[in-house]
Write a protein of this length. Structure first.
Length: 70
């Protein structure tokens, strides 16, 4: 696994990764409904604060966003 710093990506690439993550089937945000933009902002904040990171898996060329265990 390779950690990709969010700030090293273009705005378009970062938004594409975030959208793929939040639109993935099975992603659960609880009982409250949030707009797409609210979800994007939440993930951006998590990436900026270090609560989450972008991970690239070269063996299958998969990219994901994962929460960081502290």
């Amino acid at each position: 696994m390779i950690v990709i710093p969010a700030q090293s990506l273009s705005a378009v690439a970062l938004e594409g990764i975030i959208d793929a993550y939040i639109l993935r089937e099975g992603t659960d945000y609880g009982a409250v409904e949030y707009s797409l933009e609210q979800k994007r902002n939440s993930v951006r904040k998590q990436l900026a604060s270090g609560e989450a990171q972008i991970c690239f898996y070269p063996e299958n060329e998969h990219i994901d966003i994962q929460r960081v265990d502290r």
